[in-house]
Design a protein around this ligand. Sequence first.
Ligand code: PAF
Length: 279
Amino acid sequence: MAIDVVRSVDELRTRIARAGRVSCVPTMGNIHDGHLSLVKLGLQDAPFVVTTIFVNRLQFGQGEDFEKYPRTFEEDCEKLEAAGCQMVFHPDETVMYPEPQVFMVDPPSIANKLEGRFRPGHFRGVATVVLKLFNMVQPQSAVFGKKDYQQLHVVRHMVRQFSLPTRIIAAETFRAADGLALSSRNRYLSTAERDEAPRLGQALREVKAAVEGGDRNFEALEFAADALLARHGWHVDYVVVRSRRTLLQPEADDKELVVLGAAKLGTTRLIDNLEILAP
Ligand code: PAF
């Protein structure tokens, strides 16, 4: 295999010392076309892309899927190499957390809403590992998918507040032909659930179409999307329209919006979102 796989920080630093501009694509592995689209964006920004693969225990809550999260390292490297990525940084827990991680990045209160309300501590774990990864790789840019919209928001805010020298590049959500946003968790779906799964995106598209048509009765639109999904067997955590800038309730004149949804199909929890430009 030609792709360079490094597992320690010393090795990483030595090997990228002469790489020039570096772009980083942080992942938890189980690489799919969505991740490869992030690599492509990274390569447009820098000649050298480091993809990190680390399943970060800190961002999983109790009862979540840390143990069963798909680990497919060999296939991941093949896909990344074919996409033109030059290096995979694959630290194990002793490299990432050589001692218990007691200093944590404590994100602001938005991290306790939306995903944070259903996954307490999640963004604390994400922000902490992303800061560590940035310190290890020291990239000039890093690519994050809009699929995890709130994660992107938290990371951007952290980069601003800590004056990190890494430019954050946002990648559009990569979708299957039927509209389902690609996610490593899609592989948990049964065949019947996989057939049903695009409905989450459809429900969000209906909200987007209504708001772009001038409807600002967000509560009614959210309720209708929730009811549609519930009728088809989903357990909805939230479908909400928010300001893109703050992820809070939109102000009356806020035009740059996003509709975000999270719902469970059987035991699999899916998230999706669509940006909206209101008239
Ligand atoms: O989006 C992910 O895969 C993870 O949350 C990230 C950014 C790699 C941090 O573990």
